[in-house]
Design a protein around this ligand. Structure first.
Ligand code: ADP
Ligand code: DP6
Ligand code: CO
Length: 353
């Protein structure tokens, strides 16, 4: 009988208000622009991952996602395994009493409690959980910043799910990616009345993955360069200030304009990529009518690479925003979490098993 070592963790989803779209180095997963997101409550959307290792396991590393075996031979998953093993090996080399976990095959078992590959940031929660579960298994002393550097190589957006609250990802300039990490702009308590509703328009797997989509955009869109080099850097400043000042109107306008800009570059990609559908467009119209009725901007839509809407609003406007969506759409399927009650921004980007 040989020993089995095991550790579990959960990780939250984050939904960007300034989108990452474009890689300057696909191998290291380095982005063409910085980005900024809000980490959502794990009470609603989360990945749960258990990492284990044993000398008795079959020689290949393995990953079971929602019960289905996944291919782990891809360079991105391999990069995460390699980096985490190297950190474990450093500990083992300095301490003869530590078991040589770095030499054992890994078995990863992961569950997403929300649709995978549907534009709800499963790769973000998924790789953040994978990296932290293995770091826990290996008892690494790594900081969230160090783990964000590793998770970024699994999926770019994953680096932001290592932090709670309002989170930036600095694009960095180093060729080796050492300065392309996530950082906390503000903890959730700074602006605790922020809420999000998630409208699941479709749980189907997207037709064009984020990885493929953004690479085609970089290669073909003529709008893309202006977005990456001018629009986003300016909006990153505006957004950080809006968060510091708790200025919802600016937060909301920049969020909606950045989502529109990102989807415009998708349409400008050749062949074009359509992530939004007619229901997504109806959600945009509803947000516009909510804001028009309020006489100010109290709701902000944003869409990742998929048709599903996330609408940010402040708790005091729950009735006018979440309540209205609920009354139009009814109690039927469509709400992630507590049926339109809203998902809280949170600081639980830490272990919660
Ligand atoms: P999404 O919009 O959901 O982030 P992506 O196209 O970016 O969609 O990524 C989806 C891919 O992320 C999945 O096909 C899978 O390879 C990976 N992924 C999703 N969830 C997990 C998980 N829990 N553990 C490991 N990898 C995951
Ligand atoms: C539209 O992080 O999924 O959600 O790095 O190729 O795995 P890869 O892409 P991914 O892209 C996310 C794109 C986005 C915007 C965002 O989350 O910032
Ligand atoms: Co993704």
């Amino acid at each position: 009988m040989s020993e089995i070592h095991r550790a579990s963790t959960t990780a939250p989803v984050n939904i960007a208000v300034i989108k990452y779209w474009g890689k300057r180095d696909p191998k290291l997963n380095l982005p063409t622009n910085s980005s900024l997101s809000v980490t959502l409550s794990q009470a609603d959307l989360r990945t749960h991952t258990t990492a284990s290792c044993s000398p008795s396991y079959p020689t290949e590393d393995s990953l079971l996602l929602n019960g289905s075996p996944q291919d782990v031979s891809g360079a991105r998953t391999q990069a995460c395994f390699r980096e985490l093993r190297a950190l474990r090996k450093q500990l083992e080399d300095g301490n003869d009493t530590l078991p040589k976990l770095s030499t054992f095959p890994l078995k990863i078992v992961s569950e997403n409690n929300f649709p995978t590959a549907a534009g709800l940031a499963s790769s973000a929660a998924g790789f953040a959980a994978l990296v932290r579960a293995i770091a826990n298994l290996y008892e690494l002393p790594s900081s969230p910043t160090d783990l964000s550097r590793i998770a970024r190589q699994g999926s770019g957006s994953a680096c932001r799910s290592l932090f709670g609250g309002y989170v930036g990802w600095e694009q960095g300039s180093a060729a080796d990616g050492s300065d392309s990490t996530a950082f906390q702009v503000a903890p959730a308590e700074h602006w605790p009345n922020m809420r999000a509703i998630v409208l699941v328009v479709s749980a189907a797997k997207k037709g064009v993955s984020s990885t493929t989509g953004m690479q085609t955009t970089v290669a073909t869109s003529s709008l893309f360069a202006a977005r990456a080099n001018e629009t986003v850097p300016r909006r990153m400043q505006e957004m950080q200030k809006a968060i510091q000042d708790k200025d919802f109107e600016t937060f909301a306008k920049v969020t909606m304009m950045d989502s529109n800009s990102f989807h415009a570059t998708c349409l400008d990609t050749y062949p074009p990529i359509f992530y939004l559908n007619d229901v997504s467009k109806a959600a945009i119209k509803i947000v516009e009518s909510i804001n028009a009725a309020a006489g100010k901007t109290i709701a902000a839509y944003t869409f990742d690479a998929g048709p599903n809407a996330v609408v940010y609003y402040l708790e005091e406007n729950e009735k006018q925003v979440a309540g209205l969506f609920k009354s139009i759409l009814g109690e039927k399927e469509g709400w992630a979490g507590q049926r339109g009650q809203g998902v809280t921004a949170n600081d639980e980007a830490r272990d919660k098993v």
